[in-house]
Design a protein around this ligand. Structure first.
Ligand code: AMP
Length: 249
């Protein structure tokens, strides 16, 4: 069974993101980039399924500029068998990514696609859902556990107030939540070995899908600065200050 894992290149989660002076976007020049953390979890899960004998091949796919090869190399270091870069300079929005991934899925015919639940740069949380809709496959989002049995995936999902377990008939789309697993540390020797694994480049234009942006960013701004808090001695002082300083009581 083949598992496809889409991985996005985003600003490293440890970097403090800065807004460009003209408010047109965030500063990306000389900023450390990394694999989207939820995609690392998705990749770890796919590799664990392969190690458990439940899958035969794990394929990492990234859509975007040439530099996205670095997140494919990280994926190969985790244990993916091969990588594919769907290359384009067009600014990709979730519908465009979902269309590109659907085209790749139709070529590769995987039984399972595991995405991250969301990309930490746009926080859209849309691509997996759109991809399932385009392929007309069942989907389970926010997975915290995945079990494969014959032609079924049994998925526990994080939902408000607890968890829910659903059964999907394969092929299916699953999106990974934080609690699914803790990704392994990718050692330098494994990264070096990964250099020998196949990494294919596919020009997005050859997939014949409409990837034109559907929305335009008007402005990006820093969050407003929060005023410092005040520590009160006890509930009595709190009530007194609320009476004095607000109209609440
Ligand atoms: P989003 O809907 O943008 O929050 O992204 C959800 C998931 O879709 C990510 O965690 C990735 O698994 C996948 N994804 C989004 N953008 C890309 C991309 N450019 N290349 C590959 N996978 C992507």
């Amino acid at each position: 069974m083949k598992i496809l894992v889409p991985v996005k290149r985003v600003v490293d989660a440890n970097v403090k993101v800065r807004v460009k002076a003209d408010g047109s976007g965030v500063e990306l020049a000389n900023v450390k980039m990394a694999i989207n953390p939820f995609d690392e979890i998705a990749m770890e899960e796919a590799v664990r399924l392969k190690e458990a004998g439940k899958a035969t091949e794990v394929i990492a796919v990234s859509c975007g500029v040439t530099a996205c090869q670095d997140v494919l190399r990280t994926s190969l270091g985790i244990g993916a068998d091969r990588g594919a870069l769907v290359e384009t300079d067009v600014e990709l929005q979730p519908l465009a990514v979902a269309r590109l991934l659907a085209a790749i899925a139709q070529q590769e015919m995987p039984q399972l696609i595991i995405l991250g639940k969301q990309a930490i740069d746009d926080d859209c949380n849309q691509t997996g859902q759109m991809l399932a809709a385009l392929l007309d496959w069942p989907q389970a989002t926010f997975a915290s556990a995945i079990r494969l049995e014959d032609d079924k995936a049994i998925v526990t999902r994080d939902v408000d107030g607890g968890s829910e377990t659903v059964q999907l008939t394969l092929p299916a789309v699953i999106t990974a939540d934080l609690r699914l697993n803790e990704p392994r540390f990718v050692s330098l020797p494994n990264l070096m070995k990964a250099k020998k694994k196949p990494l294919q480049t596919i020009a997005a234009a050859t997939l014949d899908v409409d990837i034109a942006p559907r929305w335009r960013t008007l402005k990006i701004s820093e969050p407003s600065v929060r005023q410092a808090g005040v520590i009160v001695r006890d509930a009595g002082e709190l009530l007194q200050r609320l009476r004095q300083e607000t109209n609440v009581l």
